[in-house]
Design a protein around this ligand. Sequence first.
Ligand SMILES: [Zn+2]
Length: 384
Amino acid sequence: MKYRIKFLTILIVILVISYQLSVVSSFAYSPRFIRVAIVQDAVSLSLRVRGSYEVFDSLNQKVLYRGKNLKTTVTASGGAILMGMMHFNANKIFIQPKKDGVIVLDGRSFRGCIQFIQKDNLRLSAINFIDLEDYIKGILYHEVSHYWPLEALKAQAILCRTYALYQIQESKAKDYDVTSDIYSQVYGGKSSERYRTNKAVDKTQYEVLTYQERIFSTYYHATCGGHTQDASLLWRIDIPPLKGVSCNFCADSPHFSWHKVLSLKQIKDALLKLGYSDCGTIKDIIISGRDKSGRITYLKITTNKKDIKIPAKDFRNALGPNVIRSTNFDVKVVDQDVVFVGSGWGHGVGLCQWGAYFMAKQGYSYEQILQYYYPQAQLKTRAD
Ligand SMILES: [Zn+2]
């Protein structure tokens, strides 16, 4: 009980304070907790808790039930949330295990507590309210190999933490801050924790990357292929740490170069997807321009009916970002085939992960790695 009150008090106070002050965007008021949507629109969920737990109403914090060792199925039924035979007349409830307890939801283990939300369509969402540091432990393994040098893992931990805080600022009006899939950062809960990634999180506890005292969206990607990208060419963000730097560190990355052969039909399908219907027969694909990093800005696709000028980033997205791995490529039409030979993997903004790997191998510290890829950014430790 004592722990629950403490946990909730901290949670509510921090959320309220951080949201009220989030316009300031200062790292000093960073939330300690994050809300991760781990399941959305489920008909039923299997739930297991070992040891003591409490169920309480999200709105008034009233304890609805106290129990020990739970193994059940959670469903929704007009105005109530059901856990097996137990009916809770609320649209949003929390389940909170005792200190250090773990909740197993649909076979995955989670720290913190879980909120079940009943939707109008009688489907359920499950939101994991979790300490931010524990959250980073649950995502790091998915972002980078846990066998990588510790300094590279530490740099990645700081980027994940900063990116998560940025997401929290952007999601004030929602029931959750981030999802647990690739649209945010992949989060596997306690099941995804590893010794070395946990160590990297602990060794950089509360450290975030800032620019002019504010956190920013710390993008990263697998391999830049020689030069990182200026974020302002892709999105509406124009700050010195994200203007792009040359990178000689990723030359031995397994993703430094790539090649792909597609058919003209696949290119035509991509054009249809982008809204270019009735474009005729494709004759050639010509590179119209490149930016200072070597990435293509525009492509000109000539057909027997017209010429189509298309941003390279849209072209890549339409064909699939894992099919055309970067916008830095040469392209040639050979009969019915289109041959691509390119460099790097990813959008290219921010840290080059394989560059960081080789920097760490060469003895650079995580501070030096971050300074290199994010010029003028500063590391700060959250004030407690
Ligand atoms: Zn690189």
